[in-house]
Write a protein that binds this ligand. Sequence first.
Ligand code: ACO
Length: 330
Amino acid sequence: MEILSKISGTGSYLPEKILTNDDLSKIVDTSDEWIFQRVGIKKRHIAADTEVTSDLAAVAAQATLKNAGIDSLDIDLIIVATITHDKPFPSTATQVQRKINARNAAAIDINAACSGFVYGLTMADQFIKSGFYRNILIIGVEVLSRFVNWQDRNTCVLFGDGAGAVILSVNNSDNSSGFKYATLGADGFSPPEWLEIPAGGTAWPASKDTVEQNLHFATMNGKEIYKFGVKIIPETINRLLDKNGYTIEDIDLIIPHQANVRIVEAAAKRLGIPKEKFFMNIDKYANTSAATIPIALDEAVQQNRIETGDKIILIGFGGGLTWGAVLYEW
Ligand code: ACO
């Protein structure tokens, strides 16, 4: 009999400290009006000095285990999607394993930038469908506040810290709801400079010069990323619909990567649907890269925005370039 997967629980964690646009306007030459009008952000959460990426991930994971009613010892694999790991190695996932006492799990990090959670969820679905694993914890987490240049108004206003998670399990019920289909893509032929942290890897190892030149901070070509987002969201959603014989009217809710409200509004227009079909919370949390989708999914669940039988789409896009979307029936 075919094995199907379903989400058995969601969870999230946002650090306590909040940084508003007004707070930011005391650090760089910006304003609440500029940030809200251009991007749709009002505030973001910032990790405490004592918190590292795996700490945020572990709190989100604990909430997810509780919501799913699953013991951490029953987790077979932990996938952490992040571009802001605790350390280059060992993996952040192994540190989460220790913090949640998931002794029986394998653990791995993946990097697909803002698409990382959708990639991780899709990989987990394959592990479950093949019969290899029964319960997989997938976490999207970032502490971007340590990788933005707080003197650069072009980037520092855009990002925040946070973690979101789901557990994907074997669907033991007799209905066929759950993970339906996914499409993933990448364009490594695009200039990496569009969205990157230039130094700290083999291409540009850390040195006094790289620190002095601020090369360990995220840099971005905002206009190119904007154009990419507006194009890739409708393209990817249409591919997902075509493959499954659905129209956009069959979809109840779309949970997109939260990069910019204007990108989503322009994509909604291209798809010919009201922007309200997209779940947005960027105003509260800003762009938390790999974490935006699982945080938004958990919030949508808590707000009862998703009902049994609803068809939803999770869609991510980001550095690489990378993109991906999952069709899921709740
Ligand atoms: N506050 C005030 N003014 C600012 C700020 C700021 N924070 N940042 C830039 N400006 C100024 C610029 O200096 C410029 O001034 P000038 O005309 O005097 O030179 C003016 O605003 C316009 O700057 P642009 O860079 O042309 O602004 P643009 O309209 O492109 O908007 C933005 C910038 C919002 C970043 C846009 O390009 C965008 O949304 N891009 C998408 C990128 C994105 O969302 N990235 C998130 C991470 S990527 C991801 O998650 C996939």
